[in-house]
Design a protein around this ligand. Structure first.
Ligand code: CAA
Length: 258
């Protein structure tokens, strides 16, 4: 792959978008590489989760690639939007937790990429925004939907209408990120969260993600029914047997993810 790489940090995949000359902007090739990599990682049963970040100290992702889009016609724009949506979906539906380690600008498609992750942690220099209206377009990778769902309609509309950039503290205040840490602490902080997750029952973690993701698109009664169903499914797992047995025997559980 030319624009995306990954390393294994224990059982966590650290995925880095690496196009420094364009502040890691998402062109079709980068989106296709992300799609391929996440699809491959989804097959790795041993994996605890993924941390997604941008190369360098300036940008997470500065948006969809404006040079690539400049001469699109309507159909090309639609295809690009659909490709972006497939990437966001593969991350949102990834069977393990995905954390965005936002290390700088997260604008447009970059903010949308962070929004598709399960958890967002950012460094003090991070900046967020949906500046698409400055370019005469609307967000194309889910920003009009995931942003207001996360921060509420008022904050969502303000960011979408004004195209303003907000800093890390403001992003934290409105709930766009969970917390702000020093740049050098960003990866250790995200790895620390993954280490905690690694101690839990993998079946429960996967079902938790599934019910939150799918349940938030359902009405509350159906979502609670779905939760009850998946709660029941837990009792078909070795993890449930081991977790409850270990508690009663006052020892640390040895989960197998079965
Ligand atoms: N696409 C393509 N290239 C980009 C880019 C992008 N989104 N963002 C930055 N770059 C390029 C710049 O063109 C520049 O390239 P050159 O050195 O060849 O001129 C290089 O990255 C460095 O950028 P700047 O010189 O502009 O750096 P800066 O520090 O002065 O400013 C910035 C940083 C504020 C992030 C500024 O680059 C910027 O505003 N970028 C565009 C942000 C944006 O509008 N993003 C939304 C894109 S549209 C979108 O994402 C649609 C969607 O929802 C699908």
């Amino acid at each position: 792959m030319n624009n995306v790489s990954y390393t294994m940090e224990g059982k966590t995949a650290l995925v880095t978008i690496d196009r420094p000359k364009a502040l890691n902007a998402l062109n079709p090739e980068t989106l296709a590489e992300l799609l391929q990599l996440f699809s491959e990682l989804a097959e790795n049963d041993e994996l605890v989760g993924v941390i997604l970040t941008g190369a360098g100290e300036k940008a997470f992702v500065a948006g969809a690639d404006i040079s690539a889009m400049q001469h699109y016609d309507a159909l090309a724009g639609r295809e690009f939007g659909k490709l972006g949506h497939r990437v966001m979906s593969v991350i949102e539906q990834f069977p393990k937790p995905v954390i965005a380690a936002v290390n700088g600008f997260a604008l447009g498609g970059g903010c949308e990429l962070a929004l598709a992750c399960d958890i967002r942690i950012c460094s003090e220099n991070a900046k967020f925004g949906q500046p698409e209206v400055n370019l005469g377009v609307i967000p194309g990778f889910g920003g009009t939907q995931r942003l207001p769902r996360l921060v509420g309609k008022g904050h969502g509309f303000e960011l979408l209408f004004t195209g303003d950039m907000i800093d890390a503290q403001e992003a934290c205040r409105i709930g766009l990120v969970n917390r702000v840490v020093a740049l050098e602490q960003l990866l250790p902080e995200c790895l620390g969260i993954m280490e905690k997750i690694a101690q839990k029952g993998p079946v429960a973690i996967a079902l938790c993600k599934e019910v939150v993701r799918a349940g938030m698109e359902m009405d509350s009664d159906r979502a609670c029914q779905y939760e009850a169903d998946l709660f029941g499914v837990c009792f078909a797992s070795d993890d449930q047997k081991e977790g409850m047995k270990a508690f009663l025997e006052k020892r640390v559980p040895q989960f197998t993810g079965k």
